[in-house]
Design a protein around this ligand. Structure first.
Ligand SMILES: [Zn+2]
Length: 78
């Protein structure tokens, strides 16, 4: 894994993985702040966030993406 992934850093020098998409109304926006990047990434992986290769996005946004795709597919059928 590269360190090119985006991370948020708070005033305490802790890291959190931001949600890349932030399209869901109930998007959690970012993961828990942890002592290091590794831990922050483990946290989102434990929460089943989806890795896009360039970052991560939360389950709520993944659901939203799937709904959007389903909507598009429905529209095409009409
Ligand atoms: Zn999200």
């Amino acid at each position: 894994m590269s360190d090119e992934l985006p991370y948020l850093e708070n005033d305490d020098g802790e890291y959190s993985v931001p949600c890349q998409l932030k399209i869901a109304e109930d998007c959690v926006q970012k993961g828990k702040f942890c002592g290091d990047k590794e831990e922050a990434r483990d946290w989102v992986e434990d929460e089943c966030w989806i890795s896009s290769g360039e970052g991560h996005f939360c389950v709520q946004c993944n659901d939203q993406v799937l709904r959007n795709i389903a909507n598009l597919a429905t529209k095409k059928m009409i």
